[in-house]
Design a protein around this ligand. Sequence first.
Ligand code: NAI
Length: 396
Amino acid sequence: MIIEPRMRGFICLTSHPDGCAQNVKNQIEYVKSKGAIAGGKKVLVIGASTGFGLASRISSAFGSDAATIGVFFEKPPTEGRTASPGWYNSAAFEKEAKQAGLYAKSVNCDAFSDEVKRQTLDLIKADLGQVDLIIYSLASPVRLDPKTGVLHRSVLKPIGDTFTNKTVDFHSGKVSEVSIEPSNGDDIENTVKVMGGEDWEMWIDALKAENLLAPGATTVAYSYIGPSLTEAVYRKGTIGRAKDHLEATAFTITDSLASIGGKAYVSVNKALVTQASSAIPVIPLYISLLYKIMKEEGIHEGCIEQIQRLYSERLYTGKEVAVDDKGRIRIDDWEMRPEVQEKVAKLWLEATTENIPEISDLEGYRSDFHNLFGFGFEGVDYKAEANEMVNVESIA
Ligand code: NAI
């Protein structure tokens, strides 16, 4: 079929298998161009199909020659209907890994469930014996608690007061004011349940209980802080409470790994266009201004550059891992440079529908958004027939 983008708000209903494969290849080439990383060799990535998790899987495999098991929740294709992009990314990743002689298997289902943990543990036991790096990179709007059977929904709301600020519709370029009502009822608890550290800890406990963690195993989950411009809706909002919980969980896990000399870290990453971040109001405007400044300064990075740098300049340097006063790895350091933030804050005040094409990198935002779904890649003939029925080899 000929596959074209069909955008609906902050999602795209179609994705392009060849474009997704090109995206994966480009990331692999980047990692290879940066040279070997003395990182984990048997790696489990939870949330491995898109965004930071995919970049982590690629960095481990093609930077450290690692065997990888990827867990994700993606929609396979049916005749005439494309898969979700993470499916095609994973299909392409496994193909490239196989060609490079690297072990790669995937588990496609709800990572919050006991069944998927069981399935993954069995796979590790049978094929790898133990894992030495576990990346936790889930971004999900819902979580079914396997213990209670309760379905929790996370919300992206401020806490206390209504938050009113500028936002941009990144498709039309219209800048407008948005008001977001504060959280109420169980909103905070539910968001912490979904995006906090409870499930991360459950994964590590389950791995440890069955002796599947190698001595000195490391686990890393991803967090975000961002500037004062977005803090009402992000860091001081419901999602921020979940990130507080995730960050606190790193200490609990580190304590529980003392007997094997293991360590849990949270890495604070840069704001980037992913399926998760494009759903958060206000963030697209911030990201398009940030991209403009960071590109001008020559310090822009995407997910793959971020994770390659996280591995090579933070986690696997042979020295002690550098952390901030709250114990977090900071790979958002370039985003948070005062001169970058001052420029973004100034542009934020000036931003209107009329000037947004010049003062922001909305084009870059849009292009990244299209890329998430496999559209807009050089070297892909989008007018040609594409085969939507692509398998992920280890799942098919
Ligand atoms: P993403 O939407 O690109 O990736 C989410 C991944 O989670 C996908 O692999 C998806 O299949 C998987 N997933 C979702 N629900 C699942 C489930 N129930 N079972 C199994 N897999 C499931 O998201 P992104 O942006 O890469 O986020 C990953 C982490 O990075 C999140 O913790 C996010 O808060 C954090 N982060 C994101 C930033 C951003 O600007 N995008 C900045 C800093 C941190």
